[in-house]
Design a protein around this ligand. Structure first.
Ligand code: NAD
Ligand code: IPM
Ligand code: MN
Length: 359
């Protein structure tokens, strides 16, 4: 029996989580294992109900659990609060730091059936591409100190500190090289070593770490060029190794070139293997409450949870296959329908459950 902390959060979070829990229930039945799922408030809804984005009870539940299944947090309603109390900085970042979730895996794979949903020209998408973005998640300008504001008037200043230690870079580089060994043995490290001292160290440490992985080919790319190459020729990439900030930006681009932000799952993992699993996208306030969000990113995040934290690769594979099958059948939420007929969040969830039963 595995204990799962389920934190749906805000916006489309609860909508896509509901469908994911249905898929997990079907997977448990099919593969005979048990999950004890307990819901807790996080983000804006937790601010509304308990006065803080990460209530003590939610943190305690996460600490007692084998994994965290996270929806998304944030939205216009909480944007005027002091920054540190907002859902993102008050809940999501502290969760990542508290559990030392340094390694964020964001797999961007084009489902063959969805090649037409990509905004890229069909000649560029070709037979599809498969990129794994390995993003460092607990360092960089997100967490570097000092951070702050001072002064007033035209001289008022605000600052964040971009900082990486050798240890932090080596640790995430190893994750990228290990991941490449299970794929096409290529790592492209994304940096800005032509301008930023942090990134000079980044490149040095990545090169040193690569010596222990002679079977993996390493190359380096500046982040501005990387954003361009991704739309010009995504096939050239296998594993993209990024710091926290660049990985945030690059992974949204990776998601969209596969067809939609609603397709990209993610796993945030610690050295001990504890993990938080969440879609790479956010609470999508523009479509929240309409029942049209794509639940696939959340469903595939749950599959990653089964694979990485719960050692149920069998069930994870079956969910991946069920999602691919549903897409082959032509089931589409509006974000991937290219203006054609579309189904609701619930209907997409039902279709995946059906495909899982039939498999
Ligand atoms: P977003 O990812 O929420 O939305 C960007 C675009 O992608 C929108 O047009 C949205 O409709 C679309 N989209 C995202 N997920 C989708 C899905 N499942 N199905 C269909 N379309 C989908 O980014 P944003 O608008 O910049 O941010 C909204 C809020 O979410 C902000 O408060 C932000 O801080 C927060 N956010 C949270 C997380 C998280 O909790 N992990 C991640 C990113 C953003
Ligand atoms: C993501 C999100 C978060 C990030 C925000 C909401 C803090 O954009 O998970 O990609 O910047 O890491
Ligand atoms: Mn992001």
């Amino acid at each position: 029996m595995f204990k799962i902390a389920v934190l749906p959060g805000d916006g489309i979070g609860p909508e896509v989580m509901e469908e994911t829990l249905k898929v997990l229930a079907a997977a448990q039945e099919k593969f005979s294992f048990e999950l004890a799922c307990t819901n807790a408030d996080v983000g804006g809804i937790a601010i509304d109900r308990h006065g803080q984005a990460l209530p003590e009870a939610t943190l305690e539940l996460c600490e007692k659990s084998d994994a965290i299944l996270f929806g998304s947090v944030g939205g216009p309603k909480w944007e005027s609060l002091p920054p540190a109390r907002q859902p993102e900085r008050g809940a999501l970042l502290p969760l990542r730091k508290n559990f030392n979730l340094f390694c964020n895996l964001r797999p961007a794979k084009v489902f063959p059936a969805l090649a037409g949903a990509s905004p890229l020209h069909p000649d560029i998408v070709g037979q599809g591409f498969d990129i794994l973005c390995v993003r460092e998640l607990t360092g960089d300008i997100y967490f570097g100190q000092p951070k702050g504001r001072e002064g007033s008037g035209p001289d008022e200043r605000a600052f964040d500190t971009m900082v990486y230690t050798r240890r932090e870079i080596e640790r995430i580089a190893r994750s990228a090289f290990e991941a490449a060994r299970l794929r096409n043995h290529r790592v492209t490290s994304v940096d800005k070593a032509n301008v930023l001292t942090t990134m000079v160290l980044w490149r040095e440490v990545v090169v040193e770490t690569a010596r222990q992985y002679p079977d993996v080919t390493l190359n380096h790319i500046y982040v501005d060029n990387a954003t361009m190459q991704l739309v010009k020729n995504p096939h050239q990439f296998d594993v993209l190794l990024c710091g926290n900030m660049f990985g945030d930006i690059i992974s949204d681009e990776c998601a969209m070139i596969t067809g939609s932000m609603g397709l990209l799952p993610s796993a945030s993992i610690s050295e001990s293997g504890f993990g938080l699993y969440e879609p790479a996208g956010g609470s999508a306030p523009d479509i929240a409450g309409q029942g049209i969000a794509n639940p696939i990113a959340q469903i595939l995040s749950a599959a990653m949870m089964l694979r990485y934290s719960l050692d149920r690769g069998d069930a994870a594979d079956a969910i991946d296959v069920a999602v691919a099958r549903v897409l082959e059948e032509g089931v589409r939420t509006p974000d991937i329908a290219a203006g054609g007929p579309a189904v609701s969040t619930r209907e997409m969830g039902d279709a995946v459950v059906r495909a899982l039963h039939d498999a």
